[in-house]
Design a protein around this ligand. Structure first.
Ligand SMILES: [Zn+2]
Length: 279
């Protein structure tokens, strides 16, 4: 009996060993020819591994970078129209009759800034200047009027002269400087210093680095300052009050006269004033 059991066991073990050997043979026969070819590379062959990725900061715009310490940099967002649908209609009265009710626009949520080359646009020199003023005075610039859409421009000042305002095309800004409300000369000197010390302007000469007084008639008591690029007006507390400037402080208005990027004078145009997106 024991002999019979031993013989059966021997047959089973032999079968198992035979099957294992057969599987090894099949695997060897189906192995990829590449698997048997060692990979080799010349010593001077270029590496196919990517080099380590390097991160690099994007170049900053002149108005970027917090040069004013803890003061937030001024971006184009600060230039958005100050109109509001909460402002009440203003009746235009003539001979005791209401000719028209002036309505304000629905505010910055209802329309964009002026559009140029399919993007919102404010003249870069204005952004650069207000940030430079913040940096050199270390006080925040308060923009009271940046872009004005036609409805808001009319609402704040219906005078014929104002209907060609450069606020309409993103080429004018009105502002004062907090904590320097009564010291406009400090702000003015910061603007002059910016033009005198900037190598970009030193390279193009006195037309930019030196300001002269503007002698023609204006609607304010202080003669404006002018260089090739900008026109600076200082409004005293009794002057230039309008819907955007209802505060009691003196304030500045800076208009762009000449665009260095296009080498062209900057003038109001009705087409540019209407070129913004309605939402
Ligand atoms: Zn508006």
């Amino acid at each position: 009996m024991t002999r019979i059991f031993g013989a059966v066991l021997l047959i089973i073990v032999s079968c198992c060993l035979g099957m294992a050997a057969s599987k090894k043979l099949i695997r060897r026969q189906h192995r990829s020819p590449l698997a048997s070819c060692p990979i080799s590379r010349a010593l001077d062959a270029p590496s196919i591994l990517p080099s380590a990725l390097k991160t690099e900061a994007l170049p900053a715009y002149p108005w970027e970078g917090n040069r004013g310490g803890r003061i937030s940099p001024i971006t184009k967002e600060y230039f958005r129209c100050k109109g509001s649908s909460l402002n009440p209609p203003i009746p235009i009265i003539s001979d005791g009759k209401v000719l028209e009710n002036l309505f304000d626009c629905h505010g910055a949520d209802s329309h964009s800034l002026p559009i140029r080359h399919e993007k919102e646009f404010i003249y870069p020199i204005l952004l650069e200047l207000v940030n430079e003023i913040q940096a050199s005075t270390e006080k925040p610039v308060i923009i009271t009027s940046g872009h004005r859409c036609p409805a808001h421009n009319r609402y704040v000042d219906l005078s014929p002269k104002n209907q060609a305002s450069k606020h309409l095309i993103g080429a004018e800004v009105s502002f004062y400087v907090a904590q320097l409300e009564r010291n406009p000369e400090v702000v003015l000197n910061a603007i002059f210093a910016f033009y005198r010390s900037n190598p970009r302007y030193a390279a193009v000469g006195k037309a930019y680095t030196e300001f002269v007084r503007y002698d023609k008639d204006v609607d304010i008591s202080t003669k404006p300052w002018i260089n090739k690029e900008i026109f600076i007006k200082l409004y005293l507390p009794t002057e230039g009050r309008n819907g955007d400037n209802r505060h009691p402080f003196p304030y500045f208005s800076i208009q762009v006269r000449f665009d260095k990027d296009t080498n062209m004078p900057v003038a109001y145009s009705p087409a540019d004033a209407q070129h913004f997106l309605r939402r």
